[in-house]
Design a binder for this molecule. Structure first.
Ligand code: SAM
Length: 232
């Protein structure tokens, strides 16, 4: 079995984990003194550690070795995803983390059912990203930002927007030597004005096939074509 993974923002020789991270190791994964653990700082450093003690919600680890590690996509992939109703964004964040997105930015769109996100939900999405990063053995934890209006998207170097009217295929235009930004719309799709803004910011419409995908399926389909499908 692969060692459990624990996150610590700074990998020092002796680590004292408290809060959720300690709870997860001690109570969920049942880590005990002597167990091997892989630690990572979310910024590309990974290490080997041994559990020294587990007591009263505190886990102490001895880090024996660290090394720079990366299982990251060679270029930054930023996901702009329309705000979705209910808990659907949590599933998108989980899978987008597994698929290698470096930043996830929810968009407020004209045809979104949801128009805002509370602080509690944003914090939960960040925890989902952390857990998914651990589970998928990423070395970086993707940032999940607070929602922005679609008009606040900056110009991008290489943008792909999933659009049911698109005819271009991702594999025919993707250049994995340049940063990629991808965008997917809400339940009601992007409005014409929003599509115009996206075109002006450097996004090219692409197809995800002949069927209409749900707003929570489209980001994962598009991201898969950019990362998993390219083997990165
Ligand atoms: N009636 C809406 C429209 O025409 O845009 C459908 C919206 S769809 C439920 C939600 C989002 O998923 C779309 O805005 C688009 O970004 C993406 N999408 C769904 N199916 C797609 C497809 N076949 N090709 C490209 N993008 C698609």
């Amino acid at each position: 079995m692969r060692p459990h993974r624990a996150f610590a923002p700074k990998l020092e020789p002796l680590l004292t984990l408290t809060g959720r991270e300690a709870h997860h190791l001690a109570d969920v994964l049942r880590a005990r003194p002597g167990d091997a653990v892989t630690v990572f700082d979310g910024e590309g450093l990974e290490g080997r550690a041994v559990v020294r003690s587990v007591e009263d919600g505190v886990v102490e680890l001895e880090v024996t070795e660290t090394w720079p590690a990366s299982r990251e996509v060679p270029v930054p992939v930023v996901l702009y995803v329309a705000l979705l109703k209910g808990d659907k964004l949590a599933d998108v964040v989980r899978a987008a983390t597994e698929l290698g997105a470096i930043k996830i930015i929810p968009l407020v769109c004209v045809h979104s059912v949801a128009k805002e996100m509370g602080e509690g939900k944003l914090l939960r999405l960040r925890r989902v990203a952390l857990e998914a990063a651990k589970q998928s053995e990423r070395t970086t934890i993707p940032e999940v930002l607070a929602p922005i209006p679609l008009s606040a998207i900056p110009p991008v170097e290489q943008g792909l927007v999933a659009h049911p009217g698109g005819t271009l295929r991702v594999r025919d235009i993707l250049e994995l030597s340049r940063p990629v930004a991808i965008a997917t719309g809400p339940e009601g799709g992007f409005s014409e004005d929003e599509m115009q803004i996206l075109l002006e910011r450097g996004f090219t419409p692409v197809t995800l096939g002949r069927r209409i995908l749900r707003a929570e399926t489209a980001p994962l389909a598009l991201l898969s074509l950019v990362t998993a499908g390219e083997g990165v």
